[in-house]
Structures are given as C-alpha cells and as structure tokens.
Design a protein. Structure first.
Length: 196
C-alpha cells in the first residue's frame, strides 16, 4: 500500500492531498488555479496515480504560492508513499511528444532532490497562468520528493504544448521509476543500501 495523506497549512495556502502510487490514474483536483488542475490531471492519468487534492490559496495575490506549495505537498506525498524505496526501478527517462513540442524528462529517485535543465516558453502566459510557475512547481516537487529531475526541450512553439509535454513526461517517467522491479523487489536500488 504505497499511499500518503498530506495536510499542509501556511499563512498563504491550505492543502489537503491524498496519493496512491499504485492507482488507476484517477484524480479530483481543485487547486484554485485552472491550468495547474489541467496539468495535474494529466500527470496523474499518465503516471497511473490516484490523486485527490484541494488547495485554498491566496490567488488574489497571484498563483505562485498555490502552485509552489502544491508542488511541495505532492513531493512530500511521493517521498512518504515510497518509504525506503525497496524494490523500485529508481531511474526512468523518455522523450514525450505533444504535437510540435518534444520534451525529454529523466529522473532518478535518488533521495537528493533537484530540478535541472530548461524549458523555453515562447510566451510569459498560458491564459492567466504565468509560465515561469511550471519551473516553480517542478523544483518544489523534485526537492520534496527527493527526485533528481531533468528536462530538455528539443522542440516546441506553443507554450501550452511545452508545459503539457513536461507534465505528461513527469507522470510517465515517475510511473516507470517507482514501479517494482520483480528481480530486485526486496532490495534498495543502491550499492549504499539506502536512498536518502
């Protein structure tokens, strides 16, 4: 049962999140940020994650706090659900196409979180959503999940498609990396004996 429940409350946001890593890709998401809801729905579906999320944030200021804190909460949930990471494949990568956009996503469930690379958005907004917040979400998620996360944008002219390729890519790579490797299901995938 690789599940986690996270409650995170600050002066800026109030988040409740339930995650099942071994789900069916079903989600109910109400972050208060429409574009983020869309991206997280894609991440859950393509990641095979069941995700329930509500966020009440100070969106009258802007969307930054809600987006970043949602990334923190989801990262914390992934870390908690994985426990000692015994039996996981640990690594995954893929190039995900979304129409003209092509984005490489590679990750290592290393225990040492960080987000690296670049996404080159041709506009500063997708509707009312600030494109720089994609990177804020990914960084917060990676650091709190303990995942080394890399993106490389190989092509793309449409900001929505670039963001969608990144979130779908994260979902697919995460699904692969946290899946159980039957040949090593009783071992932590590290010569150190621990990932952390």
């Amino acid at each position: 049962m690789r599940r986690a429940d996270i409650a995170r409350k600050t002066a800026e946001t109030d988040i409740a999140l339930a995650l099942d890593l071994d789900g069916r890709g079903e989600s109910r998401i109400e972050s208060g940020v429409g574009f983020l809801d869309h991206m997280l729905t894609l991440l859950a579906r393509h990641g095979g994650l069941d995700l329930d999320l509500t966020c009440r944030g100070d969106t009258w200021v802007d969307d930054h706090h809600s987006v970043e804190d949602t990334g923190i909460a989801l990262g914390d949930a992934v870390r908690q659900a994985l426990g000692d990471k015994r039996g996981i494949r640990r690594y995954a990568s893929l190039c995900l196409p979304m129409d003209e956009a092509l984005v490489l996503c590679a990750l290592d469930v290393s225990g040492r979180g960080g987000c690296y690379g670049a996404l080159d958005f041709p506009s500063q907004k997708i509707g009312t959503f600030d494109t720089e917040l994609v990177w804020e979400f990914m960084t917060a998620f990676a650091v709190h999940a303990g995942v080394t996360l890399h993106f490389r944008q190989l092509s793309g002219r449409n900001a929505h498609h670039i963001a969608e390729a990144a979130f779908k890519g994260l979902g697919r790579a995460l699904r692969e990396a946290v899946s159980i490797d039957g040949a090593f299901q009783d071992r932590v995938p590290s010569t150190k004996g621990t990932l952390g």
